[in-house]
Design a protein around this ligand. Structure first.
Ligand code: PSU
Ligand code: MN
Length: 303
């Protein structure tokens, strides 16, 4: 038996075929500072509810995989220090040893699928890091998208990554990358990365139908829905690129490697922008939660 616990409202929604949206927890513990992380986590759950779906924030607490957290659990996680970051490689060991940890995009997809949840909203996915030709640093998120049937709504990927290489890996792995209501692949804080997305869809119903068709064809894996940040919250790339360059250089100088790289860069960019990057981050996560809830609603119609 898997030590997995669904919160009562998530369990009920799944039983009744109501729309449910999975949410990750690494963004809370490693992606944003306290207290904005907690405020954002609550606001994102609220947005999912406002859009007619039930939010399921996912984390491992004392060895149990929680699908949906109580208000107290969310608050505790947001304030906890030194919480483990659990990607695919870390999940089973953490649970076996009774540990506590936050789930990344990869492990949230695994948990969502186990629980029967098909749609997941986050900020940005992990990808191929700059300099990956030497470091080999490619996020497990990309390989998860290739094998676990969950549709992930993100604002593209951060410009801390090598976006052309990230798109190449997704293509190689057979992951549909669908830009929402524009042609370009978005770059997290900016609406465009300057790269064209392989696919474009303008309706949540079409995204849901593509998700269903993938399953019907027996194709493993999910979809990446790349939803651009709302225009009024966008930060122009030319403002951020020197900051990203500096943060990347700092990571090299300090020999940051492995799972520390992404959290280090996010913290550094937050500091270097005087916290400015965070407002954009919060706005785009909310926007993704709303779209994910609409896709979940479309999927629930046909069950
Ligand atoms: N990108 C962001 N914010 C985040 C993350 C990525 O803009 O918080 C987190 C997500 O949980 C993602 C993880 O799954 O970092 C990727 O880490 P890595 O690059 O070590 O695979
Ligand atoms: Mn990595």
């Amino acid at each position: 038996m898997i030590p997995m616990l669904k919160s009562p409202d998530v369990a009920l929604a799944l039983e009744q075929n109501q729309p449910v949206v999975a949410l990750e927890s690494t963004i809370i513990t490693h992606g944003m500072p306290y207290p904005q992380n907690l405020e954002t986590a609550r606001a994102v759950e609220g947005m999912v509810r406002d859009m007619g779906a039930v939010p399921a924030t996912i984390a491992v607490l004392n060895g149990t995989l929680h699908i949906g957290l109580t208000a107290e659990q969310l608050e505790e996680l947001a304030q906890a220090k030194n919480v483990a970051k659990l990607s695919r490689a870390d999940l089973a060991a953490c649970m076996a040893l009774g540990g506590t940890g936050a789930t990344t995009v990869a492990s949230t997809m695994i948990a969502a699928h186990l629980a029967g949840i098909e749609v997941f909203a986050t900020g940005g996915i992990g990808g191929v890091h700059k300099g990956a030709e030497l470091s080999f640093d490619i996020s497990a998120d990309l390989l998860e998208l290739a094998q676990t049937p969950v549709t992930v709504v993100a604002a593209g990927a951060k410009a801390i990554l090598d976006l052309p290489k990230t798109l190449e890996v997704l293509e190689t792995q057979g992951v549909p990358v669908i830009a929402h209501r524009q042609d370009d692949f978005p770059a997290f804080w900016s609406r465009s990365s300057g790269l064209k997305a392989p696919l474009r869809m303008d309706d949540a119903a079409d995204i849901a139908e593509a998700h269903r068709m993938r399953g019907a064809l027996g194709l493993p894996g999910g979809q990446l829905v790349a939803n651009p940040i709302p225009a009024e919250h966008e930060i122009p790339p030319e403002e951020l690129s020197p900051i990203i360059a500096e943060a990347t250089l700092n990571a090299e100088e300090m020999q940051i490697a492995g799972k520390e790289v992404t959290p280090f860069l996010l913290r550094r960019i937050f500091d270097l922008t005087g916290g400015q990057s965070l407002n954009a981050n919060i706005a785009l996560v909310l926007n993704n939660a709303a779209l994910a809830a609409r896709i979940a609603g479309e999927l629930a119609k046909d069950r």
